[in-house]
Design a protein around this ligand. Structure first.
Ligand code: NAD
Length: 475
């Protein structure tokens, strides 16, 4: 049993039972059974369930957003945005029911037809983090379902209520039993059981690098297809010709929105030396205007972090930053004054004079901590952006078309923004990162279908005789 509490004030929200290894097996068996029939339903018909899910999500948007804020802490406006992401994904993937395009191509032999089609893989295992408890589940389960798979989903132990709410919606629209299954529980037991299960063909994981490498290792041992979306160390580059008002707004939104707990959160600002001091001053003023508190209050812009462990981890990084010689411009403390002492609040924090090799410039802090690094040129900025082990998101503020085109070519991240912060992905484009952020797969967009389908190449010979490829082509 796990007790779910509100990170804003410690209020107990629910007690949730944890699944056992045996229940994981039961869920997989139920998925396996259901998938056989599900795959035979025409994709446009399967898609109709997703349209219904989209409408239900729309109808319940406010209800879901409030639970999301209470359970995970993000401010209500962002919680609404996250539910909207699920709605968008439902309608987008429902449209896939009438596409799921394959390819036709000429055969090299006469009277022969060749095509390739997407086939479902069977039972899909999904493992998700707490920071986007509903959106990420929809990014993964909707393409899996429309492609004809059945799903077993293990949400984060921190956010079981959102999973329960989404599960209810699948039930309410009458999705055939067994197509979507949820198992609650911690990673080492329930997650491992899912990855090791011989009937689970694909694991789609989003979470930290530490966990992702364990998932990849175990999945690899069992020859599973494993899709990993992991951490980031995302940077905003501010050039000397940037619109500074816009840059400040973009940086504050992407560094302190979701209290810095987005995989795409901006945690480094790489700024041209000529505008550094002015940018620093404006950022410090900007964050002094952010209201901190319970995200249900519509005036609040920065909510709590997820739990005590996160608070302590963030504070440890701040201490390391100081020890390594970075200069604290503002923040740097756990907020302990009442009523904040009942929740997990950290001051929005900015370090400057950060050097690219410092720990706070290299590792994912996953909290409201921003590091400012000074550079002399665009080339140096790009080099520093690319010097981390992650490759999720990056951004450049500049008015110079040459700078912009060089940057979008040379920044080595999976997502690049121009004159916007590092967050704000739209669901119909591929989402994911290079290098240590992932292993080459993508969530969202058409690319998500590649994770949940196998390509099948089909040759139809209507010549009435045996024609041998590569051999009879000479005749
Ligand atoms: P986490 O790695 O602690 O947990 C993620 C999921 O893995 C949870 O469901 C957890 O229970 C499960 N898990 C833990 N140990 C496991 C094991 N041994 N085997 C199988 N499953 C296991 O991550 P978190 O703290 O929930 O989320 C924050 C992290 O997620 C950050 O690093 C963030 O950058 C990353 N993230 C990445 C993306 C992306 O798309 N790239 C999106 C959101 C979050």
């Amino acid at each position: 049993m796990v007790t779910v509490t509100n990170p804003a004030n410690g209020e107990e929200l629910a007690k949730v039972p944890l699944s056992t290894k045996k229940e994981v097996d039961e869920a997989v068996q139920s998925a396996k059974q259901a998938q056989k029939q599900w795959a035979l339903i025409p994709a446009p018909k399967r898609a109709e369930y997703l349209y219904e899910i989209g409408y239900k999500l729309k109808e319940k948007k406010e209800h879901l957003a409030k639970i999301l804020t209470k359970e995970m802490g993000k401010v209500i406006e962002e919680a609404r945005g996250e539910v909207q992401e699920g709605i968008d994904m439902a309608f987008y993937m429902a449209g896939e029911g009438r596409r799921l395009f394959g390819e036709t191509t000429p055969s090299e032999l006469p009277n022969k037809f060749a095509m390739s089609v997407r086939s479902p893989v069977g039972v899909v295992g999904i493992i998700t983090p707490w920071n986007f408890p509903i959106a990420i589940a929809t990014w993964k389960s909707f393409p899996a379902i429309v492609a004809g798979n059945a799903v077993v989903w293990k949400p984060s132990i921190e956010t079981p209520l959102m999973a329960y709410e989404l599960g209810k919606i699948f039930e309410e629209v009458g999705l055939p039993e067994g197509v979507m299954n949820i198992v609650f529980g911690n990673g080492p037991t329930v997650g491992t059981a899912l990855i090791e299960h011989p009937d689970v063909k694909v694991i789609s994981f989003t979470g930290s690098n530490a966990t992702g490498s364990k998932v990849a290792e175990l999945g690899g041992r069992h020859l599973k297809k494993v899709s990993l979306e992991m951490g980031g160390k995302n940077a905003v580059i501010v050039m000397d010709d940037a619109d500074l008002d816009l840059a400040v707004e973009g940086i504050i939104w992407s560094a302190f929105g979701t209290t810095g707990q987005r995989c795409t959160a901006c945690s480094r600002v790489i700024v041209h030396k000529d505008v550094k001091v002015e940018l620093e001053e404006r950022l410090v003023t900007g964050i002094s205007e952010l209201t901190i508190g319970d995200g249900l209050d519509p005036n609040v812009k920065v909510g709590p972090v997820i739990n005590r462990a996160a608070l302590e981890k963030i504070h440890r990084y701040v201490q390391i930053g100081k020890q390594e010689g970075a200069r604290l411009l503002t923040g740097g403390e756990i907020i302990t004054a009442p009523p904040f002492d009942k929740g997990y609040y950290y001051e929005p924090t900015i370090f400057t004079d950060v050097l690219p090799h410092m720990t706070i410039a290299q590792e994912e802090v996953f909290g409201p901590v921003l590091s400012i690094i000074e550079v002399n040129s665009l080339e140096e900025a790009i080099e520093i952006n690319n010097s981390v082990k992650f490759g999720l998101s990056s951004s450049i503020f500049s008015q110079d078309v040459n700078n912009i085109f060089k940057a979008q070519r040379d920044l080595d991240t999976g997502i690049v923004y121009v004159n916007a912060g590092t967050t704000g992905a739209e669901i119909h484009l591929p989402f994911g990162g290079t290098k240590g952020t992932g292993n080459g797969h993508r969530d969202s967009g058409q690319a998500a279908l590649d994770v949940f389908t196998e390509w099948k190449s089909i040759y139809v010979d209507f010549s009435g005789k045996l024609q041998r490829a590569q051999i009879d082509t000479d005749k």
